[in-house]
Design a protein around this ligand. Structure first.
Ligand SMILES: O=C(CO)COP(=O)(O)O
Length: 243
C-alpha cells in the first residue's frame, strides 16, 4: 500500500496559500508511490479543489453530524462533498479540547462523512498524563470503542498522541509500533478481516527529518502532518521520505 501523506492546515492559510497546493499538485509527487491529501480551512476548499487538478485530494478538517439545519457556523459533510472534497478529518484532539467533542460526537461525524461519500480520518491519541500513567492502550481502546463507525469502509485511523502535536516531541519508534499494533488489534476485534484493511496514520511533530523513520515503522500507513504541511517544499520533502 503506498504511503499516504496528509496535511492538516488547521486555522492557517489565506488565499495566496492555494499556490502551495498548486505546487504540490504540479510536483508529480502524488503517484502510485504516495498519496498526497490536504485539509485546508473550509474557506480555501473550493479554490484548493480547482488548483489541485485531481493530483492532491482535498478534504475538510471537521464536519457537522447532520446534513443541514439550524447550526450557525457549521459545515456538513454533504457540503464538503459538494465542493469536491474527498475526505474529512474527525475527532482531532484540538476539536475535542476546544469544542468539547466526545467519542459519541466523533462517531456521529464519522457516520455523516461516510454517508456523504467521503473517506474519514478518525483521530485518537492519549495525553501525556495518560501515557505516564501507563494508560495509553486503555485510552486508545476506549476512544475506538466509542467512536468507530458501523463498518470499516472508507475509514482511516490517525494515531496522534496529544503531547506530540505541535511540540517537537515524538514517541520512540517502538512506542509508535506498539500503539499501531494495539489499534490494529482493536480494529480486527471490531470489524473482523476488514479491520486488517484500515490504514493507520501517525501524527504529531512529523517533519522532513523524522518522516523516513516513522514511515518505516510496522503498520504506519502514512502520516498526518500539521505545521510541516503548510508549504509545498516541506510537505514534498516528507513525501519523498516515503520508502
Ligand atoms: O495535529 C496534527 C495533525 O493533525 C499534527 O500537528 P503537528 O504536525 O504540527 O505536530
Amino acid at each position: 500500500m503506498p504511503a499516504l501523506i496528509v496535511g492538516n492546515w488547521k486555522m492557517n492559510g489565506l488565499g495566496e496559500a492555494v499556490a502551495e497546493i498548486a505546487e504540490m499538485a504540479g510536483s508529480g509527487a502524488s503517484s502510485r508511490r504516495v498519496g498526497l491529501w490536504i485539509a485546508p480551512p473550509f474557506t480555501l476548499i473550493d479554490r484548493a479543489v480547482i488548483v489541485s487538478a485531481g493530483s492532491v485530494k482535498i478534504g475538510g478538517q471537521d464536519c457537522h453530524h447532520k446534513d443541514s439545519g439550524a447550526h450557525t457556523g457549521c459545515v456538513s459533510a454533504p457540503m464538503l462533498a459538494d465542493l469536491g472534497a474527498g475526505f474529512v478529518i474527525v475527532g482531532h484532539s484540538e476539536r475535542r479540547r476546544d469544542n468539547g467533542e466526545r467519542d459519541a460526537d466523533v462517531r456521529a461525524k464519522a457516520m455523516a462523512g461516510k454517508a456523504a461519500g467521503l473517506e474519514v480520518i478518525l483521530c485518537i491519541g492519549e495525553t501525556r498524563d495518560e501515557r505516564d500513567a501507563g494508560e495509553t492502550n486503555a485510552v486508545l481502546s476506549a476512544q475506538l470503542a466509542g467512536s468507530l463507525p458501523d463498518d470499516a469502509e472508507a475509514l482511516i485511523i490517525a494515531y496522534e498522541p496529544v503531547w506530540a502535536i505541535g511540540t517537537g516531541l515524538v514517541p520512540t519508534l517502538d512506542d509508535v509500533a506498539a500503539a499501531h499494533a494495539h489499534i490494529r488489534s482493536q480494529l480486527v476485534a471490531r470489524y473482523g478481516a476488514a479491520g486488517h484493511g484500515v490504514r493507520i496514520l501517525y501524527g504529531g511533530s512529523v517533519t522532513p527529518a523524522n518522516a523516513a523513520d516513522l514511515l518505516r515503522v510496522a503498520d504506519v500507513g502514512g502520516v498526518l502532518v500539521g505545521g510541516a504541511s503548510l508549504t509545498a517544499a516541506s510537505l514534498l520533502a516528507i513525501a519523498s521520505a516515503a520508502p
